[in-house]
Each structure stands twice: as structure tokens, then as C-alpha cells.
Design a protein around this ligand. Structure first.
Ligand code: ADP
Ligand code: ADP
Length: 233
């Protein structure tokens, strides 16, 4: 589903590559946790999947990243919306409209879908994420966990095959974090979505993961295994 072939990223002005010679195959329909200390290159690797790296960050990407066979470098992030949904740490940075319902609809606007299809997808997504009662609420009045679920919903309405999340629970208390993680688990199990989630605190998320990719130190090759394998390292 997601393939990294000999991927290296070097930011402009840096002496060394931030990630080097990464070879990985992320299987379809699993929740894969990308873990490692801060600064090791987790966001950079996620960015190569969403297309943010190198289009919006500068720098050089060598090798190839493909999602469902599509090369992320030859598509702009907007052109990948029906393939890859991306959510960051700060949901507020993500929002472009005022209310929950408008935000869920917004992500589909460039897809050329019929209005009835868009309405149905908004309804589905409200139900899936437990947001139906909040549909008319201004996003600014929601809790952090609710806002993060809206951010996830807004990238789900284009029906992406892959969801990429960069420390999505870092601003949340443990209960809200659990809500978000169980929503992600449901997406994987019910819809077959592939979820790639970066997190520096392994303990918080490991129980939700099907597989774990560990980036031990900058430039070192990633190790992939089951949560039990990686806990032994
Ligand atoms: P992580 O997500 O594991 O914390 P990052 O991928 O954010 O790691 O960062 C890895 C390294 O790349 C850091 O040293 C960071 O300063 C550097 N870096 C990240 N983004 C950029 C950028 N746009 N330009 C230059 N350097 C960057
Ligand atoms: P469409 O929106 O393409 O007209 P539907 O809304 O009926 O069709 O959904 C088509 C299928 O997509 C349904 O089986 C539904 O379960 C599934 N689906 C719903 N949400 C998602 C999602 N976020 N990602 C992928 N598939 C989804």
C-alpha cells in the first residue's frame, strides 16, 4: 500500500540527510505506529507520504514513495486528497470553516462529487466519528478531542485509502486520546483504511497498533515488527 524505496530526505542547508535509505512496505488495512525520539525524522517520513515533503518544506527527496502505486512526488498534496488524508498535532491549524458540518464538507470540494453524494458522506462521517450532535457547533467551541475528531473527519470524507497522522493525541488528555485512537482503530477494522501514525510516546499508542516501525536514531534504518517484537528492543 505505502512503499518507501531507498528514500532519503535532505533539507536545504543541512549537511546530512534527515532520513537515509529508508526501505519499508506498509501493508494495507493496518494501523502502523511510527515511533522514535523527537527529531529522528518521523514527521519528515510522514510528509513524504502526504506530499508535503518536499513540495512545501523544500529540500531534496531521493528514492520513491508510492501510495497505491501513485508516486507522491509527482502529485501535489491537494491532488492526493482521495488517496491520503493528513492530520497534524494541532487541529486548530487544520480548520478552514466555522462549523463541524461545513468542515466535513470542505475536504470534498475539489473532487467534483454530486451534492447528494457529498451530503451522504458528511452524514456517514458524522455518525462514524460520533459527531452527529455537534454538527452545527462552531468548531472553536469544541474540546480538543472533539476538534481532533473533526479534523480526522474532514480528511475522511474524500474516502482516502491512507490516513497519516502526526502525533494526533499530543495535545489531548488521556481520555480524549483514547477516544481518538479507538476511532482510528474502527476505521482500520470497519473500512480497511491504512493508518500511519507517528508518536514519540510508545506506551500511549502501542496497544492500538498492528505493526510498529521504530526509527532508533537519525539516519539509522527503521525496524519494523509487531508491538511485542518492538517492545523487546
Ligand atoms: P520528528 O518528527 O521525529 O520529531 P522531524 O522530521 O520533525 O522529526 O525532524 C527531523 C529533523 O529535520 C530535525 O532536525 C528538524 O529540525 C529537521 N527539519 C524538519 N523539517 C525541516 C524543514 N522544513 N527544513 C529544515 N529542517 C527541517
Ligand atoms: P459514495 O459516497 O461513493 O457515493 P457511499 O457513501 O455509499 O458511496 O459509500 C461507499 C462505501 O464507502 C460504503 O461501503 C462505505 O461504507 C464506504 N466508506 C464510508 N466511509 C469511508 C471512508 N472514510 N473511507 C473509505 N470508505 C468509506
Amino acid at each position: 500500500m505505502i512503499r518507501f524505496e531507498n528514500v532519503s530526505v535532505t533539507y536545504d542547508g543541512a549537511d546530512e540527510a534527515t532520513v537515509r535509505d529508508v526501505e519499508l512496505a506498509i501493508p494495507e488495512g493496518e494501523l502502523v505506529l511510527l515511533v522514535g525520539p523527537s527529531g529522528v525524522g518521523k514527521s519528515t517520513l510522514l510528509g513524504t507520504v502526504s506530499g508535503l515533503v518536499p513540495h512545501f518544506t523544500g529540500g531534496t527527496l531521493r528514492g520513491r514513495v508510492t501510495v497505491d502505486g501513485r508516486d507522491t512526488r509527482t502529485h501535489k498534496p491537494r491532488e492526493l486528497a482521495d488517496l491520503v488524508g493528513t492530520v497534524g498535532q494541532d487541529p486548530l491549524a487544520h480548520f478552514v470553516t466555522d462549523t463541524v458540518e461545513d468542515e466535513l464538507a470542505y475536504g470534498m470540494e475539489s473532487l467534483g462529487l454530486a451534492p447528494a453524494v457529498m451530503r451522504r458522506r458528511v452524514e456517514e462521517t458524522l455518525d462514524l466519528l460520533g459527531l452527529a450532535e455537534l454538527r452545527d457547533r462552531p468548531i472553536a467551541t469544541l474540546s480538543g478531542g472533539q476538534q481532533q475528531r473533526v479534523a480526522i473527519g474532514s480528511v475522511l470524507t474524500p474516502h482516502p485509502k491512507v490516513l497519516v497522522l502526526d502525533e494526533p493525541t499530543s495535545a489531548l488528555d488521556p481520555a480524549a486520546a483514547e477516544d481518538v485512537l479507538s476511532v482510528l482503530q474502527r476505521l482500520v477494522h470497519d473500512l480497511g483504511t491504512t493508518v500511519l501514525l507517528a508518536e514519540h510516546r510508545l506506551e500511549r499508542v502501542v496497544q492500538y497498533a498492528d505493526q510498529v516501525v521504530l526509527l532508533p536514531s537519525p539516519g539509522a534504518p527503521p525496524m519494523m515488527g509487531t508491538p511485542a517484537d518492538i517492545m523487546k528492543v
